[in-house]
Design a protein around this ligand. Structure first.
Ligand code: PEP
Ligand code: MG
Length: 323
């Protein structure tokens, strides 16, 4: 098994019937890039930048951030690096940032909501990202987008800082894709409207499942409700992928579901373009996809989407894929 994986390390990811998809990795720090390359990652599909902020006693400066982003981009070469802007709040706190006490922090001022409220913090990060953009293949992604106005405002700030840097004589890449995480159910439902304006979607199932099922992702007492194969989740995921493709955009997934051997055949059949997972899941996933027919999985789509329960979906996939 290990030998087979080593063979596949530098291979593209192609299904049994010749369709290629991209297997990317989730990272938290520049030091993680080595593991991505050693495990045959074709891209970084999610760089969680909050670790830069959580690992210190004050906000990281623009230069500190620039160095971190540059080192990831350089190490990945021409492979894509999707950097997610700061996703703090909810369960993630900063000792040096006084967040207001909230009844429901996960439904409160977190991620893009905080960044649009504290534009000083956000602009610093955007400038660092833009300055690093010429060192590799940068894509920028905003977390927890609930409305198009949020996306437009965040993108406008990005373009404003781009203009500022250019007038300071700093070179910026001209083809930075700007996309969003789909992790709020309303955004998944209205994906058609978002797809016209974003460059890509990355489905954040960790939060999307929690918000769709109204089940705290950390609460073990209700973990039985945390169901990636629930027909509602599959319907939302399918809607996002169809919306992206209708506008000629790509759709990825960076939640845990993307690396799950039961979910992978389903997602392949639904047409997901990019799967981003922990680095160690990449070679097992590539091995699995090599043995799956995308056309066969796609032929089960209507059947899967009309099933009544997650258990039914799981049993069906286990039977069809001998798991
Ligand atoms: C997600 O919500 O699926 C995701 C990838 O982001 P995080 O786990 O950092 O919230
Ligand atoms: Mg999330």
């Amino acid at each position: 098994q290990k030998e087979l994986w080593a063979q596949l390390k530098d291979e593209p990811t192609i299904s049994k019937d010749g369709v290629s998809v991209e297997l990317a990795a989730n990272i938290g720090t520049p030091a993680d890039v080595e593991g991505v390359l050693n495990n045959g990652g074709e891209a970084v599909g999610l760089y969680r930048t909050e670790f830069l902020y959580m690992g210190s006693n004050d906000f990281p400066t623009e230069d500190e951030q620039f160095e971190a982003y540059k080192s990831v981009l350089e190490a990945m070469g021409d492979k894509a690096v999707v950097v997610r802007t700061l996703d703090i709040g909810g369960d993630k706190e900063l000792s040096y940032l006084d967040l207001p006490e909230e009844m429901n922090p996960f439904l409160g001022v977190r991620a893009i909501r905080l960044c649009l409220e504290r534009k000083d913090i956000f602009r610093t990060q955007l400038r660092a990202l833009l300055r690093a953009s010429t060192y590799g293949n940068l894509k920028i992604m905003f977390p927890m987008i609930a409305t198009l106005e949020e996306f437009r405002e965040a993108k406008a700030l990005l373009l404003e800082e781009k203009d500022n840097l250019i007038s300071e004589g700093i070179e910026i890449s001209d083809n930075i894709e700007v996309g969003i995480m789909v992790e709020i159910p309303s955004t998944a439902v209205a994906a058609r409207q978002f797809a016209k304006e974003v460059d890509f979607f990355s489905i954040g199932t960790n939060d999307l499942i929690q918000y769709t099922m109204a089940a705290d992702r950390m609460n073990e007492k209700i973990s039985y409700l945390y169901q990636p194969y629930h027909p509602a989740i599959l319907t939302l995921v399918n809607n996002v992928i169809e919306a992206a493709h209708a506008e000629g955009k790509w759709a990825g997934m960076c939640g845990e579901m993307a690396g799950d051997p039961i979910a992978i055949p389903i997602l392949l059949g639904l047409g997901l373009d990019e799967f981003s997972m922990s680095a160690t899941s990449i070679l097992p996933a590539r091995t699995q996809i090599k043995n799956l027919s995308k056309a066969e999985m796609a032929s089960y789509k209507d059947q899967l989407l009309s099933m009544s329960t997650a258990a039914e979906v799981e049993a069906f996939i286990r039977e069809k894929t001998n798991q």
